[in-house]
Design a protein around this ligand. Structure first.
Ligand code: PLP
Length: 226
């Protein structure tokens, strides 16, 4: 574990780089939400983030996130679920996270709607050619958009993606921006774009990202999966 000083320095560094990238892109920093992805890290680290002014955290596995959220119920935190989500866990995840970044199929839309709990969803798009990767294929994005719009408890926030490893991130995020425009033709309020991780968030900001999911650059080295 690092000292609190090192953590504070990393937060300051990342927020400074976010501000620089916003300035370069002629955007206001308050258009961009920084989510600290705290997967595999203990609840104690998240408490330190709250002291440093970070109130948005992201987790990717229900079995790790649920006990942390329970332990930190007294902290002013917004939990973002960013990982693959099995339909049979949808209801349980909504117990602590009302913002799901990884909605990629209509069966998950149905499961979230059945839980009858208001929540925000991002549609995760697969920007690779590999159908085994997470995310809906771009061709199927509009149909998935429609399926969310039919559900009164779900609010469509926008789109989400992870940049492919074999492509320049800026080019991938430019494609995501076009896909976001396609979604907004059907759902004008779905303006959010969840994109950008530790290695590529300035590129994501340049292409309009509104929600950055930043892990190691802000948390330091990740422990191994529990
Ligand atoms: C782990 C993770 C991140 C953060 O990754 P870093 O490279 O550590 O910034 C972002 N998004 C998702 C979906 C993740 O699983």
């Amino acid at each position: 574990m690092d000292t609190p000083g090192e953590l504070a320095q990393r937060v300051e560094n990342v927020l400074g780089r976010v501000a620089d990238a916003c300035r370069d892109a002629d955007r206001r920093p308050d258009e961009v939400t920084v989510i600290a992805v705290t997967k595999f890290h203990p609840a104690s680290l998240i408490r330190q983030f709250v002291r440093l002014g970070i109130h948005h955290v992201g987790e990717n596995r229900h079995q790790d996130a649920a006990p942390k959220a329970a332990e930190l119920a007294d902290e002013p935190l917004t939990w973002h679920f960013v990982g693959q989500l099995q339909s049979n866990k949808a209801r349980a995840v909504l117990g602590y996270s009302r913002i799901i970044h990884s909605v990629d199929r209509s069966s998950l839309v149905s499961a979230l709607a059945k839980a009858d709990t208001p929540c925000e969803v991002f549609l995760e798009v697969n920007l690779t050619d590999d159908p085994a990767r997470g995310g809906v294929a771009p061709d199927a994005l509009e149909a998935l958009t429609e399926s969310v719009l039919e559900r009164p408890t779900l609010r469509l926030a926008g789109v989400m993606a992870v940049a492919p490893i074999d492509e320049v991130p800026r080019a991938a995020f430019a494609r995501l921006r076009l896909l976001s425009e396609r979604v907004r033709r059907i759902a004008p309020d779905a303006r959010a774009i969840s994109a950008g991780m530790s290695g590529d968030f300035p590129d994501a900001i340049a292409e309009g990202a509104t929600h950055l999911r930043i892990g190691t650059a802000i948390t330091g080295k990740r422990p191994l999966a529990p």
